[in-house]
Each structure stands twice: as C-alpha cells, then as structure tokens.
Design a protein around this ligand. Structure first.
Ligand code: 6GU
Length: 227
C-alpha cells in the first residue's frame, strides 16, 4: 500500500509516522508513506498556501493552486482509489472505514487546515471527506496520523501474530476484556483466579463475558447499531 499525505505542516506528521509499528511497517515495505509539503508547490517568494475568504470572515482558507498542483502531479504517477480530505464536516471515521481503506493500493490524503479549504478542491479533487470525531482540531494533520495508524496496522503482514488485529476491540464490535501481567498481587489487588487456572476454555469464556458486560455498561450503542 502507498499513502501520500498533502499538508501545509509536514512536521506535525513526522514523529507519528516514524515510531513503533508504523516505522516497522515501512521498513518491512508493507506500506510506503510519503508526506508532501504544500509550500513546495507555491511559486511566490513567501510560499503562500492560504488566503482570506471571499465574502469576508475570520481565518484563512487554503488556496486551491498549490493543492491542485501537488495532487495532479501525484495523480500523473499512479491511480489513487481514494482522494480523502480530512475535515471536521466529513463522514465520521470508524473501524469499518479503517477496514475498507486497508485493502486499497493507493490513498491520497489532503489535510485541511486553518478555517477551511477552497471549495473547488472538494469539487474537483476529493472523492471522500473524513472526520475523526465530533470535536474541532486546528488542522487535519493529527486526524491524518490517526487514520493512517488505524489503517496501516490492518494491512496484511504489518502486525505479528501476538499483535493480531483479529482480537482487537471493535473488530467484532465489542470492547476488550481486562488484562493483567505479573505480579499476581499488587497493592492488595489480585489477578482473577480464572486467568491463573491454565484452563483455556474457562479463560475464553470469562473474557467473552467481560467483553459483553463492558460493552453493555460503557457502549451499549455498539450492541444496538449495525456496523
Ligand atoms: Cl479531519 N480536521 C479537523 N480540523 N478537525 C477535526 C477533524 C479533522 N476530525 C475531527 N475534528
């Protein structure tokens, strides 16, 4: 899989993409992630990527020209299945969407910033608009990092057996069960006996029960809505 990310703030994406599992995924060539600085697609002395809105109002709008130039240069090199704008007014990201995107070959992400993006970018370039939740971020960069993290870990060969995505919370619509590691007793708090029993069937039954109870009490909406 290849993911291109177009942004006015490339530094915001540096460390999230270069640590831990995302770093390893790139080293193993399971995914290639390339960040593009919008300022490299400007032609004025000040490398201007934004401007004031027509009609007035607060804040700055990302200009269309650098985004078009960057995206069109990339599209001349390969066919993108989706061109995604990260924006708070997009479709809300979830595990189903992560699964869907994880089987694509080429994704292009555009990070919205400041007060918005010139509408012609959405009209002519974008196939899909995605938000990561109902709150406002200063820009789409952290949202892009979240999306990439959730998608890349699902790409075959990225996780090892121990990390397998199949046992994730949400993958089957339920939250996870309580987890413990050594010691068996800590500050008077004990690890449940069943986990020390060595009986795998009992452990599995207990975990499934815990997952159902947790989901009911914390996120009953997950049991009611279809995924
Ligand atoms: Cl994708 N962008 C911004 N600016 N805020 C957000 C978001 C995206 N998703 C949730 N809030």
């Amino acid at each position: 899989m290849r993911i291109d990310i177009v942004t006015g703030l490339p530094k915001l994406l540096e460390s999230p993409l270069q640590e831990s599992i995302l770093r390893r995924a790139q080293e193993k060539k399971k995914v290639e992630i390339v960040v593009h600085d919008l300022r490299d697609y400007t032609h004025d002395k000040h490398k201007t990527i934004d401007d004031t809105p027509y009609g007035g109002g607060a804040g700055m709008i990302l200009k269309p020209e650098p985004i078009f130039e960057c995206v069109e240069a990339l599209q001349a090199q390969r066919q993108y299945e989706e061109v995604i704008l990260l924006t708070p007014d997009g479709e809300v990201f979830n595990q189903r969407l992560a699964n869907e995107l994880s089987i694509k070959n080429n994704l292009l992400l555009i990070c919205g910033h400041y007060k918005g993006v010139d509408e012609r970018v959405r009209e002519a370039l974008v196939s899909r608009e995605i938000s990561i939740g109902d709150y406002v971020l200063t820009g789409g960069e952290l949202a892009a990092a979240v999306l990439v993290d959730a998608v890349v870990r699902l790409v075959p060969g990225v996780l090892n057996d121990g990390e397998s995505a199949l046992s994730d919370s949400f993958q089957d619509g339920l939250l996870g069960s309580p987890q413990y590691t050594r010691p068996t007793e800590f500050k008077g708090m004990k690890v449940p006996d069943v986990l020390l029993s060595g009986n795998h069937a009992d452990v599995e039954e207990w975990r499934q029960q815990q997952r159902l109870e947790r989901t009911k009490s914390r996120r009953n909406d997950l049991l009611e809505t279809e995924k």
